[in-house]
Design a protein around this ligand. Structure first.
Ligand code: HPA
Length: 269
């Protein structure tokens, strides 16, 4: 796999004239608009990147954007790969491996999720403080020692310094933040009422179908991670989960998430 990762990274480097991004950003469901406001220098569709799978989900555009945010060089994934689409965990996490080869020093991830914490409201932004993985682990299989250890530590998975920076910016910008544990399931079904209760009982605050694989792989390679989840529905209420609603709520909250990400990226060391 290392060969493949290096080949894809070399292809991208050639296409982007050795752009060398400092920050990788993964934009989740309904959050892709942010990518349109990056000062774009290069954009490559996933289907034109050797080694990349092709995104199949509505609301996910499927391209990598290279440009600047507040003068900092970033690579943003407009659309991600999900396990429920039928990809292997290695395929789902391949882009993060490639971004690390390209030189990213930080990974910012975002997603839409269902609130389990009953104090959360639709449209809230939840800073991910930790996760519970209920999907197959993407590191199952031979370990690539050049990339990271066989048994990676998962303490401080979500970087405390970045969380503190987010809190400070949110205060300055008057953005309400929630904090909590993201439970990553395979999907594609939304949870049953009993499953939402189960997720709550095991310590979850929000339920989703993404992010955890990418974060595990980033942490395997010691890349610091910051994650935000947009609460698009409340799992423990009687309402029914709906992908259009998720996209709509993502778009609305995406504006606040963008303010937060922008200022955080601007202030990065
Ligand atoms: N469950 C899982 N994933 C989700 C949800 C949910 O309730 N809402 C948005 N993504």
């Amino acid at each position: 796999m290392l060969e493949e990762i290096k080949k894809t990274a070399a292809f991208i480097q050639a296409e982007t004239r050795d752009f060398a991004p400092e920050v990788g950003i993964v934009l989740g469901t309904g959050l892709g608009d942010f990518a349109d406001r990056i000062d774009t220098q290069f954009a490559i569709e996933y289907k034109n990147i050797p080694g990349f799978p092709v995104s199949t989900v509505e609301g996910h555009k499927g391209r990598m954007i290279f440009g600047t945010i507040e003068g900092r060089r970033v690579v943003a994934m407009q659309g991600r790969f999900h396990y429920y689409e039928g990809y292997t965990m290695q395929q789902v996490t391949f882009p993060v491996r490639v971004m690390q080869q390209l030189g990213i020093k930080y990974l910012f991830v975002s997603n839409a999720s269902g609130g389990i914490n009953t104090s959360f409201r639709v449209g809230d932004l939840m800073v991910i403080t930790d996760h519970i993985n209920l999907m197959p682990n993407p590191l199952i299989g031979p370990n690539i020692a050049e990339l990271g250890p066989r048994f990676p530590d998962m303490h401080n998975c979500y970087d405390k310094t970045l969380i503190a920076a987010a809190t400070k910016i949110a205060e300055e910008e008057n953005i309400k933040l929630q904090y909590g544990v993201y439970v990553g399931g395979t999907g594609p079904t939304f949870e049953t009422q009993a499953e939402y209760r189960y997720f709550k009982a095991i310590g979850g605050d929000a339920a989703g179908m993404s992010t955890v694989p990418e974060v595990i792989v980033a942490r395997h390679m010691s890349v610091p991670v910051f994650g935000v989840s947009v609460i698009t529905n409340c799992g423990l209420s009687d309402e029914v989960g709906d992908h259009e609603d998720v996209q709509r709520q993502g778009k609305k909250a995406g504006v606040r998430m963008e303010v937060l990400f922008r200022k955080m990226i601007k202030n990065l060391k």
